[in-house]
Ligand binder design. Structure first.
Ligand code: SF4
Length: 296
């Protein structure tokens, strides 16, 4: 089972065994780690609890990060969530709050789950925790969802590096959004094909996303980007649940993403030498921070 490196093989194997993706993954993990499936599931639930703690801490605090580039947006969003002026359903606004909460925790040295990276730590918790609360989804299904997300990330990582420095932000927040869309479909009771299709639809529509953080810090645009791409994962999941299919299969989309990442200029891959990071405002902030860092 551990030699499954494509979504085509994953679907064929899972369907031949009449199993869901999470079942194949947890069996494989238990085998590789020489432990029981129960232990694997307990570990996954530990991670869900870390996500919940990050959210709880994040929504409680209204402190700016050291750079003052982030830290107060979750609080503002939370304060406005019940106001009629906000669009979207409660679950979507909650997802935005939770994504911001995790990322602001990351920016202020709190404990988060890197999923798949620290910069993209808000998207999967934003989706899984908000939906499980609003739809009253039990612990076991939350675990199934996070395992599904993990398996999607594992297979993508077989082909390309999940790092902004290699692939741009499509390889971090983009991949997290694809993973989250699969997790949502699993929570909604979708099929293996719908899970893979949700990921395909989601990834196809973030291709080329650059990594251009202001002053090299994982704050601007990263924190708010997590909120945006959480909602992007909802769209992918809803389309897949309506049986709308991606014309391009997921494996080919990953190949194309990798090609796009390789073609992307190094100035747009976490080097802070282009894009948003070299705007007038970003450079002024960077100069201010460099002065502070020099004097400390
Ligand atoms: S912009 Fe770069 S640093 Fe920020 S989350 Fe995306 S990949 Fe990570």
């Amino acid at each position: 089972m551990s030699n499954i490196k494509t979504f085509y093989d994953l679907i064929n194997f899972a369907n031949s065994q009449n199993k869901k993706i999470f079942e194949i993954c947890q069996e494989n993990e238990a085998y590789e780690m020489e432990t029981s499936i129960e232990n694997i599931r307990n570990k996954v639930f530990d991670n869900i609890n870390v996500m919940k703690s990050a959210i709880n801490e994040g929504i409680k605090t209204n402190e700016k990060s050291l750079s003052e580039l982030s830290g107060t947006d979750c609080y503002k969003m939370q304060a406005n969530i019940s106001k009629a002026s906000l669009l979207f359903s409660n679950v979507m606004n909650k997802a935005i709050v939770y994504a911001l909460a995790c990322c602001e925790q990351n920016a202020t040295m709190g404990k988060i789950v890197a999923c798949p990276t620290a910069g993209a730590c808000g998207i999967i918790p934003g989706a899984i925790i908000s939906i499980s609360e609003e739809l009253k989804i039990d612990k076991e299904i939350q675990i199934n969802a996070l395992i599904t997300a993990g398996e999607i990330g594992r297979i993508i990582a077989c082909k390309m590096a999940l790092a902004g420095a290699c692939m741009g932000c499509q390889g971090e927040c983009g991949v997290a959004s694809g993973m989250a869309s699969g997790a949502i479909v699993e929570m909604l009771g979708g099929s293996n094909e719908q899970i893979i299709n949700a990921c395909a639809l989601t990834l196809k529509n973030i291709m080329g996303l650059t990594c251009d953080p202001v002053a090299g810090l994982v704050e601007v645009p990263c924190v708010k980007r997590n909120a945006f791409l959480t909602i992007h994962s909802f769209t992918g999941a809803n389309l897949a649940m309506a049986n709308i299919k991606s014309f391009i299969p997921l494996d080919e989309i990953i190949d194309a993403m990798k090609e796009v990442g390789n073609l992307m200029s190094v100035t747009l891959k976490e080097s802070s030498q282009g894009g948003l990071s070299t705007t007038k405002t970003a450079l002024a902030k960077q100069a201010q921070l460099e002065k502070i860092w020099k004097n400390n």
